[in-house]
Design a protein around this ligand. Structure first.
Ligand code: SAM
Length: 319
């Protein structure tokens, strides 16, 4: 396999931030949706979105050069498979968040690397979760982004052994999307979604086997037979993550199982999205992605024994 020149590789990395921002601008202007019915001229798109036609052309041309949109004929753009995907559940909101809020937060990575701590509160005036609570539109965007793409995790959870009538508590379960998918696959289970009151959710989607309970997992956690922590512990440093685990352990019956659906950072140099997400977790909330050894130690401090650790699904039992 021929290797790309180092300069070409570096150039792609150097322009990466501009690409992230350009994607955010394009989704915020609703370009993927506007092209859903077919190709449109940049002049029409610029008129509809009230932006400068020449600048919009340059934005779309740059994105099309990397396969996001396609310039069908000079000045006329259509969706590509990639930009069509930006219309799918979750992706529009991730592009918005990465291109705006997360982009601005990551600009402080230098300070986070110096201090080893989150920088979000210094720049935005409050911690990440309080800031979202005060910005309902961004909170809703975050919840929609997180709700997308739960099928794979729901499949993995559904493949496990379950007893009839077990109650599954999704701690920090957001809109409930994961629990809805799990219970669709396992109709004898019941569930509780536990999260902060400000989460944006459609309770009619939860059906009669899932309840939403509002609260903070630093204060209480509902009782259940199985607990799911999906993309929760990576939001927190070890001290807070242990506090969350101990809170669960204090209400969990001794037979309870814990499923942590998170990345396990491998000890290699292969491309790995979680190693990048780790830096976002650092600046947003002093959170971190963890290796197998770190997961084992963290769970033990929190009162659980890791029984199986795989990327995307960690199974644990009460100590
Ligand atoms: C990264 S999201 C994950 C959401 C969901 N589990 C998923 O996998 O899509 C983290 C969730 O933790 C919730 N959260 C943050 N602080 C919390 C607290 N103190 N108590 C309960 N939930 C909290 C947030 O509201 C958010 O829904």
């Amino acid at each position: 396999m021929s290797e790309r020149p180092a300069e070409a590789v570096l150039w792609d990395f150097l322009r990466g931030a501009t690409m992230t921002r350009a994607l955010g601008v394009a989704v915020d202007l609703g370009i993927p949706e506007r092209l859903a019915a077919g190709p449109q001229s940049v002049h029409d798109l610029a008129r509809e979105t009230a932006v400068d036609a020449d600048a919009l052309h340059r934005l779309l041309r740059a994105l099309a050069s990397d396969g996001v949109f396609a310039e069908e004929e000079p000045g006329v753009f259509r969706n590509s498979t990639t930009s069509e995907t930006l219309r799918a559940e979750g992706w529009h909101d991730f592009a918005h968040l990465f291109g705006d809020l997360f982009f601005r937060a990551v600009a402080d990575l230098d300070r986070a690397v110096h201090s080893g701590r989150a920088t979000f509160a210094d720049s935005f005036g409050s911690d990440f979760w309080s800031w979202l609570a005060a910005h309902a539109d961004e909170r809703a965007s975050f919840d929609r982004a997180m709700a997308g793409g739960k099928d794979r995790t729901a499949d993995r959870l559904a493949e496990l052994d379950w007893h009839d009538d077990e109650v599954v508590v999704d701690v920090g379960g957001g809109s409930g999307a994961l629990l809805v998918e799990l219970l669709r696959r396992r109709p004898t289970l019941r569930g509780i979604v536990f999260d902060l009151p400000e989460t944006e959710r459609d309770e009619s989607m939860l059906g009669d086997r899932i309840q939403f309970e509002a609260g903070s997992f630093f204060e209480r956690v509902p009782a259940g037979d199985a607990y799911v922590l999906s993309a929760i512990l990576h939001d927190w440093d070890d001290e807070n993550a242990v506090a969350i685990l101990r809170g669960i352990r204090s209400t969990a019956p001794s037979h309870a199982r814990l499923f942590v659906t998170e990345s396990v950072i491998p000890l290699d140099n292969e491309p790995n999205g979680a190693k990048w997400l780790d830096l976002l977790m650092l600046v947003l909330a002093s959170g971190r992605e963890r290796t197998e050894a770190e997961w084992t130690a963290l769970l033990e401090l929190g009162g659980f024994r890791a029984e199986r650790i795989e990327d995307g699904l960690i199974e644990a039992r009460c100590l």
